[in-house]
Design a protein around this ligand. Structure first.
Ligand code: COA
Length: 328
């Protein structure tokens, strides 16, 4: 029987500090009514100034390892998906390898915007199916509040900080595990969501800092339609590749960027509302962490259990999009 990857444990971590929509009205010209009606967001979590991505990734990873019944020494690879690493280099995955006490294993970061965790899960599946790894830790972690322009109301209300972790391992019962994956990109639209400075194109300087070019920049209204189309297309492709129909899927977990986007995908694909998991009201957009957080919470709420077919789909900077389809 062919080997597939299967999720052995999930974990999540959000910082203690909560920012409500009302808190944001004291920073920029906005309102609870605008944020809720345009995005579905009510609150988000924010790190302290001394906290970085790995500080959230470690507790989330430990929780996932514990559920998997594994120790850090059992890991064969660590893949961290993030656009807000502790440092540009070394990678946050190497920091995690050290802090968790893992062996001298494969460890690297993936930069695929909000689709990063999907890319990481597909890569882990490839490694496991190739026989190169048994147990892989995947972390989607973001501290977006550290790259937020707090003078720009069109973006600063949208993001939060969080880490989600999954430990995957081999499954050869021919039934459970990853049924299909799909990854895609379109760099031509990259300038709709990016961080202008801090890379080799525009290294840090007084000017770049003064102009807040090290912050996230987004043309949100240009991304709305592509987000709906690409996530819808991803759902269809994932089901086709697994020989299933959309109606066979028990739970849809979409990237939590905007409740209106999630609802538009559901409407377009005629998915019953109860099959679409939503937690954007609690965490806002935590980029690559959103779908892992959602899967973790859906499991805790008993909405995903053994045998559930789960479509986990994202869209983000790059542009990138895609998904993974599981039989839990
Ligand atoms: N509070 C109050 N008003 C705000 C505001 C805020 N926080 N932010 C923007 N506005 C105003 C704008 O200035 C604009 O005013 P105007 O009509 O007087 O010019 C109006 O609200 C509408 O702005 P717009 O940007 O067109 O809103 P929108 O309905 O498109 O919602 C987003 C904005 C960002 C929530 C939405 O476009 C979105 O979710 N886009 C996709 C994001 C995404 O998927 N990103 C990729 C993955 S991370």
């Amino acid at each position: 029987m062919a080997v597939r990857s299967r999720v052995l444990g999930t974990g999540m971590c959000v910082p203690d500090l909560i920012m409500t929509n009302d808190d944001l009205t004291r920073i920029v010209d906005t309102s609870d009514e605008w944020i809720v009606s345009r995005t579905g967001m009510k609150e988000r979590h924010r790190v302290r100034p001394d906290q970085a991505a790995s500080d959230l990734a470690i507790p989330a990873s430990r929780q996932a390892l514990e559920e998997a019944g594994l120790g850090a020494g059992d890991l064969d690879a660590i893949i961290v998906a993030t656009i807000t690493p502790d440092t540009i280099f070394p990678s946050t995955s190497c920091i995690l390898q050290d802090k968790l006490g893992a062996r001298h294993i494969t460890a690297f970061d993936v930069s695929a915007g909000c689709t990063g965790a999907i890319y990481a899960l597909a890569l882990a599946d490839m490694m496991i199916r190739a026989g190169d790894a048994r147990h892989v830790l995947i972390v989607g972690v973001e501290v977006l509040t550290k790259i937020t322009n707090w003078t720009d109301r069109s973006t600063c209300v949208l993001f939060g900080d969080a880490a989600g972790a999954m430990v995957v391992g081999p499954c050869d019962d021919g039934r459970h595990g990853m049924l299909s994956y799909y990854l895609a990109s379109d760099g031509a639209a990259g300038n709709t969501l990016f961080m202008p400075a801090g890379g080799s194109r525009l290294p840090a300087s007084h000017e770049t800092v003064d102009q807040r070019l090290h912050c996230l920049y987004m043309k949100g209204n240009e991304l709305f339609r592509p987000a709906v189309k690409m996530m819808s297309d991803s759902c269809i492709l994932l089901a086709e590749r697994a020989g299933l129909t959309l109606a066979d899927i028990d739970m849809y977990v979409f990237h939590q960027a905007n409740l209106r986007i999630i609802e538009a995908v559901g409407k377009r694909l005629e998915i019953p509302r109860e099959k679409v998991f939503v937690n954007i009201h609690k965490y806002a957009n935590t980029s690559t962490a959103t779908t892992i957080l959602a899967v973790h919470e859906a499991r805790r709420e008993g909405l995903i259990g053994s045998g559930s077919i789960v479509s986990q789909v994202a869209f983000g900077a790059g542009l990138t999009w895609g998904g993974v389809l599981w039989r839990w």
